[in-house]
Design a binder for this molecule. Structure first.
Ligand SMILES: O=C(O)CCC(=O)C(=O)O
Length: 272
């Protein structure tokens, strides 16, 4: 197993995103693919399709590990939890969400620029999303885009619906809207990576990121974002967040351990 090197850890702390090459072998990818296809056949009530006018499909769903054994198995037993612990330099790692993001060929929706953290019921810095593609991806079929260093701006922007760009108006206590990155390309350093299955992208919760549309004619882009947190994360309910913000067992400012946010690392303390 290829754990992140010290250089990768320091790159991701500095830049807010890093590419981890060939961290999942074919057996893990096969299991994940089986889980993703099973999830797509039986979507949950949290699923959405953002495609404009029914052209193509930008399908999303959440928390598949609760109902799809292969996804649970991947999160509990593949290298992902240890990679998360290494990158977050954490004693304990919780799973916050597993988020399916499938952009079919011929889908004009970009993924709008956003940060992840404002969608979730917690605050802290030790948050990392691992975006794991099951297909080769590049700019033509929807690879991710990042604004390098934006996780250090000390700003949190209002969340938007990622496939539509509509602002979540209820979310009022933020630093306004994300800046217009594409309208001012010289003002921001953006970065993308081409990926093959086995690679993944790791990025911070306050990292401004988006993705290209999938304008290819025949290259699907199936990906799952596994979102992990480390030691400094505390409960901070936000009523508009899509995840359950009513957790009677949790106290604002206290730890997030509960059934919805299971421990995945260390292995002997797993509650997933
Ligand atoms: O897959 C995409 O298009 C967007 C992914 C994303 O924004 C995320 O995983 O946080």
């Amino acid at each position: 197993m290829a754990l992140p090197t010290e250089k990768i850890v320091s790159d991701w702390r500095r830049d807010g995103a890093a590419c981890l090459r060939q961290v999942f072998d074919q057996a893990w990818l096969d299991l994940l693919e089986e889980g993703v296809e099973t999830s797509r056949i039986a979507p949950s009530e949290l699923s959405k399709d953002y495609a404009k006018d029914g052209e193509g499909s930008f399908f999303t769903d959440h928390a598949m590990h609760r109902r799809v054994p292969q996804i649970r198995d991947f999160i509990a037993n593949s290298p992902i939890a240890e990679i998360g612990a290494r990158l977050l330099e954490a004693e304990k790692v919780n799973l916050i969400d597993d988020h399916l993001l499938v952009k079919e060929p011929g889908t004009a929706n970009p993924t709008y620029w956003h940060q992840d953290q404002p969608y979730f019921n917690f605050v802290g810095e030790d948050y990392c999303s691992f975006w794991i593609p099951l297909d080769p991806v590049d700019e033509t079929n929807g690879t991710l885009r990042f604004v390098i260093g934006s996780h250090l701006w000390k700003k949190e922007f209002k969340p938007v619906l990622i496939g539509k760009g509509e602002v979540v108006e209820q979310a009022d206590k933020f630093d306004g809207l994300a800046p217009d990155i594409d309208g001012n390309p010289n003002d921001y350093e953006t970065r993308t990576w081409d990926l093959t299955p086995g690679d993944c992208l790791a990025f911070h919760g306050k990292m401004l990121h988006g993705a290209y549309p999938n304008l290819s004619s025949g290259s699907p882009r199936r990906a799952i974002s596994i979102r992990l947190t480390g030691d400094d994360i505390v409960w901070h309910p936000r009523q508009y967040a899509p995840a359950e913000s009513d957790q009677p067992g949790l106290t604002p400012g206290g730890p997030i351990d509960c059934e919805d946010y299971p421990i995945v690392w260390p292995v002997d303390q797993q509650t997933i």
